[in-house]
Design a protein around this ligand. Structure first.
Ligand code: 5AD
Ligand code: SF4
Length: 561
């Protein structure tokens, strides 16, 4: 369903993205082995399963299990997550750190001793939600509950947050999660406030196994890199999340291997610029080292404002290695930058059955002058050439994108270029936003937020309507096809129906039946479960959902053979 709010339309997502640099994280955390046995996911069937590639959440409250083991254990932490999928995965890291420090994760705020809000700062509206929530939380303070504001808003406002809301005890930025137990200790020791907003050049939380309490046991997220060096003129992210840094390929492979052993069937690799991934550690060296031959390969016609970094193991190789771990496990990734789609990556998506044919290619705008003001490093033409190349190589690929309406100086004519780009490309999913000026950004320093709010919203509505028309066409074109669907869980509407996703990330609903044969094992009358692959004949499409009939249970190998 289309949702419109004051300054943002998250079109058709089911529910669901330099300051002082410290060279070292604050504390040494526990090793991976400390967590491995403890992090087995709950394999429950969920009513409705989140879309597997969800970027920008409105406010997703985590619903972890209440792990109270005994009456004596009274230290409970409640974490509420706002913002992008990276924040959801960060919450899993926070829960891991807290669990290791002796806190239980609870989904009942009334029994919490500590409440953390994991925040987003990308638009003003996102921050307003946090202010509103903080004022609602005042009554919990009376019970002596400690309140922490974590993540991007904490990083952006730092101590200013404490000035504006005197009920906040802890302010911790995205690179300070290991330090949370120490910060809490300071508060418990009588200190009024505790703050750590130091950004790190190398923190990746690689050794912390996330506590996947809200997972459906089928899909999991693995953060592979953090931060952003692009400095798009409208964007606060480089200031709240710091410089780009990547986890070592080995630590990622270990995590994915473990998830495969635990039965997960779909992994989404996460990063602010996921396809700018580069592991430059010595042990991962490809042999080319820092030679000029080993500059990153970029999409044709795209450039960056930063100096290209030589050497290292790059995203294509990482995806190749991760996709080798379990050929029955789907691999997705988000959120990429359009500049980092070299041919070898597209070839891998085309050739590897388990690397999903659904790509997010954030355009942001369709007008060259506006793209230049946004400092995106490409033109409408080069973007369209990239889309053309992707569609030629991978004909059944689905494409999604992000667009901003009403950026500084945007004219009606410029806006109409975004409309024509949408009409040309025909995206399957889109995240559509009205521009929100953010302090510190290049646009804040150099440009004027001169498009009236009402005009921004009118244009956003126009963009949404255009996107919707094309999207309906793309979904309708799947009717009559046969798709390999990975079951997420039971449909929200009926316990008699399953909901799953196609390889190209379209939601499919189909009736539960008990007469299917598993064509990979020849077992008849199988009972379907979340995590099963089924072949589904698509009969109908409505908005962003396909409807079909399951014809057999299968696996990826059998389906593609
Ligand atoms: N105003 C509106 N939208 C923004 N985005 C990033 N910064 C802003 C802003 N200041 C959007 C971009 C980005 C997505 C995560 O949020 O489309 O891709
Ligand atoms: Fe923001 Fe641009 Fe970095 Fe994306 S690439 S996080 S839009 S600065």
């Amino acid at each position: 369903m289309l949702t419109q709010r004051k300054n943002c339309i998250q079109a058709f997502c089911n529910f669901r993205k330099y300051s002082k640099l410290a060279s070292k994280p604050w504390l040494n955390g526990p090793g991976l082995s400390d967590f491995l046995k403890k992090s087995v996911p709950t394999q429950t069937v969920e009513e409705e399963v989140p879309s597997s590639v969800s970027h920008y959440l409105d406010a997703q409250e985590h619903q972890p299990e209440n792990n109270l083991e005994s009456e004596e254990q009274t230290k409970n932490v409640f974490v509420e997550t706002y913002g992008c999928q990276m924040n959801v995965n960060d919450t899993e890291i926070i829960q891991s750190v807290m669990k290791n420090a002796g806190y239980n994760n609870t989904n009942n705020i009334d029994e919490a001793n500590v409440v953390f809000l994991n925040t987003c700062a990308i638009r003003e509206g996102a921050e307003q939600k946090i202010w509103d929530r903080l004022s609602n939380l005042r009554h919990t303070k009376k019970r002596g509950v400690k309140i922490g504001v974590l993540g991007c808003m904490a990083e952006r406002l730092k101590e200013k947050l404490l000035e504006r809301d005197r009920y906040v005890d802890i302010v911790a930025g995205p690179d300070s999660y290991r330090d949370l137990p120490r910060l809490l200790g300071e508060i418990e020791g009588g200190q009024q406030h505790a703050v750590n907003v130091i950004l790190s050049a190398d923190e990746t939380y690689a050794d912390i196994a996330p506590v996947r309490l809200s997972s459906n046991g089928v899909s999991a997220y693995v953060t592979i890199m953090r931060g952003c060096d692009n400095m798009c003129s409208y964007c606060i992210v480089p200031f709240t999340r710091g410089r780009e840094r990547s986890r070592s390929v080995h630590s990622i492979e270990d995590e994915v291997r473990l998830l495969s052993e635990q039965g997960y069937k779909e992994i989404t690799l996460l990063g602010q610029n996921v396809n700018s991934y580069v592991d430059r550690s010595e042990e991962s060296s490809t042999g080319l080292g820092l030679s000029d031959e080993n500059l990153p390969k970029m999409s044709d016609g795209f450039k960056t404002i930063y100096k290209l970094k030589k050497g290292g193991l790059r995203f294509t190789e990482l995806v190749e290695r991760v996709s080798n771990i379990d050929p029955e496990m789907r691999i997705r990734f988000t959120s990429p930058h359009p500049k980092d789609f070299p041919d070898d990556l597209l070839d891998l998506v085309k050739d590897r059955h388990n690397v999903c044919r659904s790509l997010h290619v954030p355009a942001q705008h369709g007008n060259d002058a506006c793209l230049e003001r946004m400092r995106r490093g490409y033109t409408k033409e080069s973007y369209l050439e990239l889309v053309d190349k992707i569609r030629k190589k991978i004909p059944d690929v689905s494409l999604s994108s992000d667009f901003i309406s009403g950026f500084c100086g945007e004219t009606e004519l410029e806006h109409s270029d975004t409309i024509s780009l949408l009409q040309k490309v025909k995206f399957e999913h889109a995240f559509l936003f009205a521009y929100s000026m953010r302090e510190k950004t290049n646009a804040h320093r150099k440009l004027k937020d001169d498009v009236e709010e009402s005009v921004k919203l009118r244009r956003l509505q126009h963009v949404t309507q255009t996107f919707r028309e094309q999207m309906l066409e793309r979904y309708a074109s799947e009717v009559g096809t046969t798709q390999l669907v990975l079951i997420d869980g039971k449909s929200k509407r009926s316990k008699e129906q399953w909901v799953g996703r196609t390889d190209n990330n379209k939601k499919v609903i189909f009736d539960d039946v008990d007469h299917l044969t598993d064509v990979s094992t020849h077992v008849p009358n199988v009972k379907l479960r979340p995590g099963d692959y089924v072949t589904v004949k698509i009969n109908d499409s409505k908005a962003q959902t396909l409807f079909g009939t399951a014809t057999n249970r299968t696996n990826m190998k059998t389906f593609y053979n």
